[in-house]
Write a protein that binds this ligand. Structure first.
Ligand code: FES
Ligand code: FES
Length: 163
């Protein structure tokens, strides 16, 4: 079976019903995506499939064939740079234990691709499936707003430079 993770092709030998989470972590070795509940209720295992956040603990790997899988390791522009959202997470000092945060960032990333200026309600709705036992929700909200502001400024600057 051939799958693409973070724009890299992987050929894997695996039962097509295997949860994508285990393929990502154990076959491919990308351990940023976490196992929390295993039953689709915590969001720790969130990755994107063609840009849509999904629960990789419940998604059979066969559903990811011919799609692009994006994990927390794949959103930064390069190995030496952080994504704007990752930087916002540091600036707002969001993580506590950190366990849920890969899933939070991947969900936030999908939100901001589709909604450049989310309201509190938009954020709460988009992030409602990502549980944080440390209660970082207010900081997650601030981090998303900070990242949204930076991304908007960056895109305005780019447009001005090209205009
Ligand atoms: S580990 Fe997948 S939703 Fe909890
Ligand atoms: S930071 Fe600990 S579970 Fe979210």
């Amino acid at each position: 079976m051939i799958i693409s993770i973070n724009n890299k092709i992987h050929e894997i030998e695996v039962d097509p019903a295997t949860p994508l989470l285990w393929v990502i972590r154990e076959q491919v070795g990308l351990t940023g995506t976490k196992f929390g509940c295993g039953i689709g209720q915590c969001g720790a295992c969130t990755v994107q499939l063609d840009g849509i956040p999904i629960r990789s603990c419940l998604t059979p790997v066969k559903q990811a064939v011919d799609k692009e899988i994006t994990t927390i390791e794949g959103i930064a522009p390069s190995e030496t740079e952080l994504h704007v959202i990752q930087q916002a997470w540091i600036d707002e000092q969001i993580p506590q234990c950190g366990y849920c945060q890969s899933g939070q960032i991947i969900a936030a990333h999908a939100l901001l691709v589709n909604n450049a200026a989310p309201t509190d309600e938009d954020i709460d709705l988009a992030m409602s499936g990502n549980i944080c036992r440390c209660g970082t929700y207010p900081r997650v909200r601030k981090g998303i707003k900070r990242a949204a502001a930076v991304l908007t400024t960056t895109s305005n600057t780019k447009n001005e430079n090209h205009g």
